[in-house]
Design a protein around this ligand. Structure first.
Ligand SMILES: Nc1ncnc2c1ncn2[C@@H]1O[C@H](COP(=O)(O)OP(=O)(O)O)[C@@H](O)[C@H]1O
Ligand SMILES: [Mg+2]
Length: 387
């Protein structure tokens, strides 16, 4: 007998690997790619990147040594090295070893024996050597293939900024070349393309991740999303007249995005009563309109202010407004025609460039019959937001 795992709604919280629904095939593919090269996993925030890599860490094959760290809050190269060294030492201490080479270098740099975990300021200028030694200490002290799961690398790079960010990318690349057995898995919610584009404005010309295999993490398939919704509906003891039908409707309305499935069901539970098509639609609109921004959709609007230049911003907002107002895909000519009705958006090439950016930032899709919003949920949000 198959026992169905009932799940509690837990939007945005830590979930255990066995509560991660429907990523098995994807994870299998990732392990295959990792046999060969490093990985760059991109997806919109809350699509489930962290869940995927934590599950990979928890269930890694025996010949792999997975190490995970969330880098979103890292603000300098030295802090980055500090995190890596802590992870490496934590692992090595289990083997009754230390990061001997790194500690020797630190002792040499600071003139006294280095004991603690917090790196001294004198080490800042030598972070590249320290990082390389730390990886060397890890590789030399055990036999498994090291997989460094580094979550939200682009945020770290933005925080670090400028020249130092470029050097971090270059150093990581040279470590991958120096230690071909070491694999890195980066995730990123803001595309690395934005980060590299702004570095290029400052004169950066390298392609620091072109040895990594880039993959988009998609939403759950309709079947997996329905499965997730159905388990949470049961786990939360929610009344429906038709469990399967309700789960399917929720999965569809949430475009298969697991975070929103957890969230919507949480709201439905708070609302009480029997859930049906009408309560689902009403609850979704309430959530999207909620000024508390519980679904954290603001970033779809804010990203355009933060990462598009003045000219691009005007185009992006208008293009999304036009696409939000129609349920039919629009071909470029039709779209541009409508765009040109505003005096500020007359340039065809800018329109093309911005469409490309919107595509890379997951707002829209380009089909053979034209452009449309990628997710109906985001389209609905945009409509409600912009009236
Ligand atoms: N495969 C999944 N199965 C069940 N819930 C998931 C899954 N992926 C994500 N979630 C839910 O969505 C939330 C956000 O996922 P997370 O992995 O943190 O996204 P990201 O790292 O892409 O921002 C999680 O806290 C969890 O509630
Ligand atoms: Mg994450």
């Amino acid at each position: 007998m198959v026992v169905l795992l009932r799940l509690r709604a837990n939007p945005g919280g830590q979930i255990s690997p066995d509560e991660v629904i429907g990523r098995d095939k994807l994870i299998e593919q990732f392990w295959e790619i990792l046999e060969r090269q490093s990985l760059m996993l991109n997806a919109e925030r809350r699509m489930g990147k962290t869940c995927v890599i934590k599950k990979m860490q928890a269930e890694a094959p025996e010949d792999k040594l997975p190490i995970y760290h969330d880098l979103e809050e890292v603000r300098s190269p030295l802090q980055f090295v500090e995190r890596v060294l802590q992870d490496v030492e934590e692992y090595l201490s289990g083997l009754r070893r230390t990061a001997r080479r790194t500690r020797q270098l630190l002792t040499q740099l600071s003139g006294t024996e280095f004991m603690g975990v917090k790196l001294p300021e004198v080490a800042a200028a030598h972070w590249k050597r320290l990082l390389t030694e730390t990886i060397a200490d890890l590789v030399e002290n055990q036999n498994r293939k090291v997989i460094l799961f580094w979550d939200e690398v682009p945020y770290m790079l933005v925080n670090i900024g400028g020249n130092a960010a470029m050097e971090v990318l270059d150093t990581l690349r040279s470590i991958r070349q120096m230690y071909p057995e070491v694999r890195m898995v980066f995730t990123g919610s803001i595309g690395l393309h934005h980060v590299i584009a702004s570095l290029k404005k400052e004169g950066y010309t390298n392609e620091p991740t072109n040895d990594m295999y880039a993959v988009d993490i998609p939403p759950l398939s309709q079947a997996d999303a329905t499965d997730l919704a159905s388990r949470i509906l049961q786990g939360e003891n929610i009344l429906t007249n038709d469990l399967r039908g309700t789960a399917t409707a929720i999965a569809q309305a949430m475009d298969g995005i697991p975070f929103y499935i957890h969230h919507l069901i949480t709201k439905l539970k708070m609302r009480g009563g029997v859930v049906n098509a009408t309560t689902i639609t009403e609850t979704i609109e309430d959530c999207l309109r909620d000024p508390l921004n519980l679904w954290k959709m603001d970033h779809y609007r804010e990203r355009i202010d933060n990462y598009y230049n003045d000219e691009q911003r005007t185009y992006a907002l208008s293009l999304l407004d036009i696409l939000a107002s129609t349920d039919q895909p629009l071909l470029f000519d039709g779209l541009f025609n409508r765009l040109q009705q505003e005096p500020a958006t007359q340039n065809k090439e800018t329109a093309r460039t911005v469409l490309r950016l919107l595509e890379r930032d997951y707002y829209i899709l380009r089909h053979s019959n034209g452009f449309s919003f990628r997710y109906s949920l985001i389209q609905l949000y945009w409509k409600l937001l912009r009236g």
